[in-house]
Design a protein around this ligand. Structure first.
Ligand code: TYD
Length: 211
């Protein structure tokens, strides 16, 4: 099972993906938390570009994200085959929303054709001004996409991409609330939609036998 957290920079996806990972582990599931850009060789190059140390065309950046994802996808398959739930802090919907600032969505979808369709994708939505405040507070180094106008357009692009039908099973979450409130809503969605009965069932049964 693959669950993905998406949103603009500063929308809280890293915090929520960590909380959900801990919560699922406490429930007895084996969970692998991962993120994009990865820490691999292509991910490291991407970070240099995000910090504006290297300049490349939007096409090159989109291809690098897709290449980083191709390596990541191979790992995700291995983890899921081992029976782990994989939680990814960003995946292909980030490319659909961010890279479509400059590029045609169909082409971005095409170069990501070998990625996995996530079982569930959460998109955290936070007003651009709030996101920018949060980004400033944590001294982020990713300068490339961090201005109010771009954040607004990226936020719209998440909705446009989903409307265009390039990703299914997407849930938009109001991220402009406390960490706890957002966490509660995401937990409820996961419980209601995709958690297999197995683990919980065992727990409930043992609770009945040994109250
Ligand atoms: P981010 O999650 O902010 O990384 P970190 O928390 O390590 O600083 O992601 C880095 C940036 O890359 C962010 O601005 C979103 C952007 N991005 C894309 O433009 N396309 C993609 O496909 C991905 C995965 C990220």
């Amino acid at each position: 099972m693959l669950i993905v957290f998406e949103g603009t920079d500063g929308s809280g996806l890293t915090t929520q993906s960590r909380l959900i990972t801990e919560w699922l582990r406490e429930k007895g599931y084996r969970v692998h938390l991962t993120k994009e850009p990865t820490t691999g060789v292509i991910g490291r190059l991407i970070r240099e570009i995000l910090r504006k140390e290297v300049r490349v065309t939007p096409q090159t950046l989109a291809l690098l994200f897709a290449a980083d994802r191709a390596e990541h996808t191979r790992e995700i398959r291995e983890w899921t085959e081992k029976g782990e739930i994989v939680i990814s802090d960003r995946y292909r919907l980030s490319s659909f929303a961010y890279q479509s600032l400059n590029l045609d969505l169909d082409w971005i979808v095409a170069i990501n054709a070998h990625s996995i369709a996530p079982d569930l994708t959460f998109v955290l939505e936070t007003p651009a001004e709030v996101s920018l405040e949060r980004i400033k507070r944590r001294n982020s180094e990713n300068e490339l996409f961090e201005d109010v106008d771009k954040l607004k357009r990226i936020s719209e692009n998440f909705r446009k991409a989903v409307k265009a039908g390039v990703e299914d099973n997407v849930i938009f979450i109001d991220g402009n609330r406390s960490i706890e409130e957002v966490f509660e809503e995401i937990k409820a969605e996961i419980e209601g939609r995709i958690l297999p009965d197995g683990c919980d069932q065992d727990r409930r049964q043992s609770e009945v036998v040994n109250p």
